[in-house]
Design a protein around this ligand. Structure first.
Ligand code: UGA
Length: 439
């Protein structure tokens, strides 16, 4: 089989590389010449554990190649994935101009039957628009070539992308013909060896599944953040409550960790887009609106704790921040809670010394030289009035608290991810503030 993957962002690059890994011939396409040049040199546009090695292995084996030439890659390909960006427009709806431009490009160059698959997260109804672009482009050429469109949403998590792709819980494919079902079954066969299913359905349902999944996960998080805030007020401990409810199989133990709000390129965008799709069609997503506003408020919770502790006097104080990316194992800074917290600290006249294992270069795009970047976690602590733990990177989980206490001016820790043991820190003489946990 031969496939083309258009768009070398997170989803495109992981998809292309993982298909190559199981022996399929893959061309990854991007219009950004610099990105493609870098990929030829083995420089990836994103940080994802294990991906660099996998790219290089498959390039060497001749199964994976990169190009800006869409027309060339589309010729004789069995499946073309569209994995380009769908940035949120001003009003929260997903902007489809890149997706539709790629569809047009495919229609202009295809010369045999091909399944054109939307892999980017796209609103319900997009596959129909993709089909129309393809039909128009083919009609313009006077070409009579059969094709199918399919919707194959991606559920991988940043930081665990390769594992999620190679061993998926499920694969969802929206199709409208038996021929497309047969091609997609053949393509995904190597990924189903662990017994997890490929679920075929109609195209709108597949498109909706992606939004429903992310929205449900975002709802779990906002719900738990609400519960955590209430636990603090009522003298309950959210860690106990989490264990108590998580052991009910209907609720489950995953994605019920409170914190400082969800970030990233997916949950905030998809929740917004689904609210928008609904309202455009005369329906109000009441639960999701609340999910969004709880999340916005939660990104400020850690700052509020800092402000309260210092009696609103933050001017001239120095804060050490551990972790900048929206979650561990990625350099992705999109919608990261760290940005909200740091901007608020700076606005109040505080200074910030931050450390993140991989995201500091990315962070500079928005924070520039308004903060200082430490070369290791301990350097960030020197003479700081408090430590804020913002991203739960494994290396922050068990620091020498003796050293932390010595380097800080004052033994104060604000933990936005509940990674420390309150009793241990109390014994060591720290003032410890976290999210919904008894301290
Ligand atoms: C999310 C979904 O988990 C993937 O299934 C989906 O494919 C992806 O979006 C996407 O649409 O592309 P991702 O954004 O990489 O993946 O990150 P998650 O691991 O889901 O975390 C999202 C946010 O939720 C992070 O800010 C994390 O800190 C927060 N979170 C997660 C919590 O606050 N509590 C939890 O219990 C879990």
């Amino acid at each position: 089989m031969k496939i083309a993957v258009v768009g070398t962002g997170y989803v495109g690059l992981v998809t292309g590389t993982c298909f190559a890994e199981v022996g399929i011939e893959v061309t990854c396409i991007d219009i950004d010449q610099k990105k493609i040049d870098n990929l030829h040199k083995g420089i990836l546009p994103i940080y994802e554990p294990g991906l660099e090695e996998m790219v290089s292995r498959n390039v060497s084996a001749g199964r994976l190649s990169f190009s800006t030439n869409l027309a060339e890659a589309i010729k004789e390909c069995d499946v073309a994935f569209i994995a380009v960006g769908t940035p949120p427009g001003e009003d929260g709806s997903a902007d489809l101009k890149y997706v539709l431009a790629v569809a047009r490009g495919i229609g202009e160059s295809m010369n045999n039957y091909c399944v054109v698959v939307t892999k980017s997260t796209v609103p319900v109804g997009t596959a129909a628009k993709v089909r129309k672009e393809l039909e128009d482009a083919l009609a313009k050429r006077g070409a009579n070539i059969e094709f199918d469109v399919a919707s194959n949403p991606e559920f991988l998590k940043e930081g665990a992308a390769i594992d999620d792709f190679l061993k998926p819980d499920r694969i969802v494919v929206g199709i409208s013909s038996e021929r497309a079902e047969e091609v997609m079954s053949r393509l995904y066969k190597p990924f189903l060896l662990n017994g997890h299913p490929i679920i075929f359905m109609d195209i709108p349902s597949a498109e909706m599944t992606k939004y429903a999944a992310n929205s449900m996960l975002a709802t779990k998080i906002s719900f738990m953040n609400d519960i955590a805030n209430l636990c603090e007020i009522m003298g309950a401990d959210v860690n106990m409550v989490r264990k108590g409810i998580g052991s009910d199989a209907r609720i489950g133990t995953k994605f019920i960790y409170p914190g400082i709000g969800y970030g990233g390129s997916c949950f905030p965008k998809d929740v917004k887009a689904l609210i928008k799709t609904a309202s455009e069609n005369g329906y109000e997503m009441q639960v999701l609106k609340a999910v969004e506003s709880v999340n916005d408020a939660q990104k400020e919770v850690l700052f509020d704790k800092v402000s309260k502790h210092f009696g609103g006097e933050l001017s001239g104080k120095k804060f050490a921040v551990w972790g900048l990316s929206f979650k561990p194992k990625t350099d992705d800074m999109r919608e990261a809670p760290s940005l909200v917290i740091i901007e608020k600290l700076l606005a109040e006249g505080g200074t910030v010394s931050a450390y993140d294992p991989v995201a500091m270069e990315e962070a500079k795009h928005s924070l520039g030289d308004r903060i200082t970047y430490a070369k290791d976690p301990f350097e960030a602590l020197v003479d700081a009035d408090a430590l804020l733990v913002v991203t739960e990177w494994p290396e922050f989980r068990s620091p020498s608290f003796e050293v932390v206490g010595k380097l800080l001016k004052d033994k104060v820790i604000f933990d936005g991810r509940n990674i420390y043991d309150p009793a241990e820190l109390r014994e060591l003489g720290f003032a410890y503030h976290c999210i919904g946990v008894k301290t």
